[in-house]
Design a protein around this ligand. Sequence first.
Ligand code: ZN
Ligand code: CU
Length: 503
Amino acid sequence: MTQHFDLLIRNGTIVDGTGAARYEGDVAVCGERVSRIGELSDCTATREIDAKGLIVAPGFIDVHTHDDRMLLAEGDMVPKVSQGVTTVVAGNCGISLAPMPVPVSRPVLPPLDLLDASGEWYCYRSFAEYLAALGETPAAVNAAAYVGHTTLRAIVMDDLDRPASAAEVARMQEMVAEAMEAGAIGVSTGLAYPPARAATTEEVIEVCRPMVPHDGLHATHMRDEGEATMASLDETFAIGRALGVQTLISHHKLAGAAAHGQSVATLRVIADEMIRQKVSLDCYPYTASSTILTLEHAESSGRTLITWSRKRPEFSGRDLMDVMSELGCSMAEAVAQLQPAGAVYFRMHEDDVSRILSFDPTMIGSDGLPHDEFPHPRLWGTFPRVLGHYSRDRGLFTLETAVHKMTGLTAAEIGFVDRGVLRAGAFADITLFDAGLIRDQATFEEPTRRAEGIGAVLVNGVSVWEGDAPTGARPGRVLHRQRSPMQAPGANTGSRAAVSTAG
Ligand code: ZN
Ligand code: CU
């Protein structure tokens, strides 16, 4: 019997996001969901896409973003949608745009200025207000968000260079409870950043405690990602253990020459800990990092590029060495003249990046900074770079594995039910791409060049990207952390089981 659908994607090669081998087939969509997959040549549809020669995959999930403001301010989300991303997770590294129940202090405290240096966007008094704004003026992509510990510290503490008092912890707990009730997926911490460095392990545990009944997730930019990474892992695991919650190690890296090679040991320790508690991790596919400009980071970096500067915007995109010679001053003086500012640091070793990316449980997250004038190319290139450079060209893992790391694995780890996989009944978040052509084109010299090889992108059954341009549609939803029976802790992905037996 002939069936009629809203949309038929014909003749594609389906990579379904579970890690399973590709197969040929047609994908039928009705409304916001996939209705059938298979040989559907006898069926008809209101709209058809010929996907011959293309991969049909679940839309990519960017598990680590700082898109809190871009979702509202530039809802077409071109840097993300142009890469095939259909869902973003915001509020990372301890920095969230909400809540801000008091007027934000100006100038905006680094690293909160990564989201908005003007302070105007720190206007959502509660987390519920922020999520309501996202619901009322949706973006092109789906979004979920953490509440950030550093944001909460900035609200309640007059002096950030000490641990929070019992009363301050209690106020932060109230805001965490409010955020979790509103639909936050958990709490993020950024213990490496000056405003959170003085927080003790105990403070973090107590601030996170109200998320426990909500099965919240603790995502952490760890206290140290250099020589003391092992100690940071211990602290991270201790927090997860004390609360019995899932822990996500953000942008796992080994920064600074003294730490290079340590990923052999860190991945062994992480795999081993996964047997005892729920641990996840993500990574971006570059040997350079990017955050606010600090002298400490610049001193340990092989090369430093300025991504923005409030006081000296003319130096955006310039090498710090050039700035020093032009100003005829020391690194310390140049940094002081540029601050507040952002920078790219070349501090990682390719072997560590490749090893971490290849680790089965590693998810892909861009960590892109959408408001930098001269951003790290990860903002525009992360997903095509993993598919093109790391999977196809370097053969680090199969295309099916690469897609799994940015779709099915991520949806299972974060708790996005009926997303991240292509099967009947799942939401129609779908990305079409050319496996032979796909590649990142953003570079440190030209950081906003769009990737090549992405075809159509659908979010909740609606086309958001066609013919190299956004369609203007904004079908994105606010996503919450849910657990389907299949995604309950312990009944996780194949890769997790493999790690456990190998441990
Ligand atoms: Zn971070
Ligand atoms: Cu980050």
